[in-house]
Design a protein around this ligand. Structure first.
Ligand code: GTP
Ligand code: MG
Length: 195
């Protein structure tokens, strides 16, 4: 999958700033440091379109990435950041509700979880949040390069069970280091938006 055009259109804090192109939007959520920015960069073959960092909690706004004038990836701030204050968490919640309750362009939610670990309480809430707004979900388990192939089934089962992933949703393993899963996720995204 060759990507020629991928640019950030806007970092939005309020609905008035959302793009008006009418393109389908795919939201990416996951706890801080799970690898969201790396996921975007890998998907579009760029080293640093989305900023990655060792420091969690860097992304603070809804970042809209225009991909080939076909769709937007919307990177939302990572949740579950231990040092986030109550005020910051409230702001996050309001920003998410503003977006989810009004946004017709939203066609798919990607939930990134760490393939190594049992999903957290926050991950479960995020999955349920998507489902509450009737958003189809792809669960993408990141950092799969850290897990031996012989352990894949065990980790996938635990994630499926903990999140109670419904049968209409999809599960992928993904690594921005080995690029495992990149093609599978692209194929599924393109199939989904052309429905
Ligand atoms: P915030 O925006 O701060 O919430 O983080 P993020 O979810 O965007 O994560 P980011 O992509 O910045 O990656 C966080 C850390 O995980 C970095 O140190 C990355 O190098 C590392 N990382 C990301 N993807 C992978 C992966 O596929 N495998 C491994 N082993 N490490 C990864
Ligand atoms: Mg990020």
């Amino acid at each position: 999958n060759k990507i020629d055009y991928a640019e950030i259109t806007i970092s939005a804090v309020s609905p008035t700033q959302y793009p008006e192109d009418g393109l389908p939007e795919i939201v990416l959520a996951g706890r801080s440091n799970v690898g969201k920015s790396s996921f975007i960069n890998t998907m579009v073959n760029r080293k640093k379109l989305a900023r990655t960092s060792g420091k969690p909690g860097k992304t603070r706004t809804l970042n809209f990435f225009n991909i080939e004038n076909e769709l937007f990836f919307v990177d939302v701030p990572g949740y579950g950041y231990a040092k986030a204050s109550n005020a910051e968490q409230e702001k996050w919640g309001r920003m998410m509700e503003d977006y989810f309750s009004t946004r017709e362009e939203l066609v798919l939610g990607i939930l990134l979880v760490d393939f190594r670990h049992e999903p957290s309480e926050h991950d479960i809430l995020m999955y349920d949040f998507y489902k509450h707004y009737d958003v189809p979900v792809f669960v993408v388990a990141t950092k799969s390069d850290k897990i031996k192939k012989s352990k894949y089934n065990k980790h996938e089962s635990l994630i499926r069970k903990t999140l109670k992933i419904s049968s209409e949703d999809k599960f992928f393993t993904f690594s921005s280091f080995t690029r495992e899963g990149r093609q599978e996720v692209w194929d599924a995204i393109l199939a989904h938006i052309s429905k």
